[in-house]
Design a protein around this ligand. Structure first.
Ligand code: G
Ligand code: G
Ligand code: MN
Ligand code: NA
Length: 253
């Protein structure tokens, strides 16, 4: 209850910030995206988003928070793309309650218009729980978002209860394989086989895969060998303050 009041105040005071983690094209190493990750420092301590995002969801604060964060990410992107010679996308995580909330598509449309976002330069990361809470509504929303030129990616793929087969009915732009599927990929042959199968299946249905949680060079080598195109992880870049993003884009170490 106390934390809820603190979160409400933090949202009002814009104290929830975004850090940005690069999404890297494995062929060439170029940064093609930046995932916005919410950060909240409260009484000198970082409260993990795993804690305050669900809290915001449970207590009706998510809509206000999500709108602020989405606006902030779009505003940052519009500054960065001016100085970046290659296509660049900002990825924003969408909480399950937001995907089908009334007015969500209109909010996104307003931002696309205000910041003149090019097609594909805003990617929304949705989750299986966001989709399966109301499959029909989620699908309509995804269709409308894509009509606006907004990309839609399925986050945390593999940890939920859906199968790729169920997902073929959802017009996604990509799937992000959860980092738990990469954890032992360089040491456990069965995990490598599983990853290989997922990548091949995704390719056959025309769905690009982003691998998450790359921490070791051996994981990267394997991903390349298996034909995965994009990846994210501490090895490729940690989430950083937006002030550091221009250097990151310029390749300054
Ligand atoms: O950044 P970190 O790895 O601690 O994030 C933990 C979880 O919180 C991840 O599942 C991530 O998707 C989620 N998360 C981080 N930022 C946001 C956000 O702005 N909105 C939503 N809905 N989820 C977020
Ligand atoms: O669920 P989602 O994919 O949005 O979660 C992103 C979270 O994963 C972020 O909180 C980020 O800090 C974390 N993360 C990103 N890269 C790595 C990594 O290489 N290893 C680990 N353990 N966590 C990572
Ligand atoms: Mn994500
Ligand atoms: Na994920």
């Amino acid at each position: 209850e106390e934390l809820r009041h603190a979160l409400r105040a933090a949202i009002d005071d814009r104290e929830v910030r975004l850090a940005y983690q690069p999404v890297v094209e494995l062929d060439g190493g170029r940064v093609v995206g930046l995932e916005a990750l919410a950060r909240w420092r409260h009484q000198g301590q970082d409260v993990p988003p795993d804690v305050f995002i669900p809290l915001a969801e449970r207590t009706g604060l998510m809509s206000a928070l999500a709108t602020d964060l989405l606006e902030s990410a779009c505003s940052r992107l519009s500054g960065w793309v001016l100085r970046h010679p290659h296509p660049l996308a900002v990825h924003v995580n969408v909480a399950p309650s937001q995907l089908v909330a009334p007015g969500f598509v209109a909010t996104v449309a307003g931002l696309v218009d205000r910041y003149q976002l090019r097609p594909g330069s805003l990617v929304l990361e949705i989750t299986e729980s966001g989709i399966f809470a109301d499959l029909g509504a989620a699908r309509r929303t995804v269709v409308e978002l894509r009509r606006l030129g907004v990309g839609v990616s399925l986050d945390d793929f593999g940890v939920g209860y859906s199968s790729l087969a169920q997902l073929t009915s959802m017009p996604l732009d990509s799937v992000k394989i959860d980092r738990s599927f990469l954890a032992a990929v360089d040491t456990d042959p069965r995990q490598a086989t599983f990853l290989h199968a997922v990548l091949r299946l995704a390719e056959e249905i025309g769905l690009p895969v982003v691998a998450e949680g790359v921490e070791r060079p051996a994981q990267l080598t394997l991903l390349r060998a298996l034909g995965c195109r994009q990846a994210q992880g501490f090895l490729l870049g940690r989430p950083v303050d937006p002030a550091l993003v221009p250097d990151l884009l310029a390749g300054v170490p």
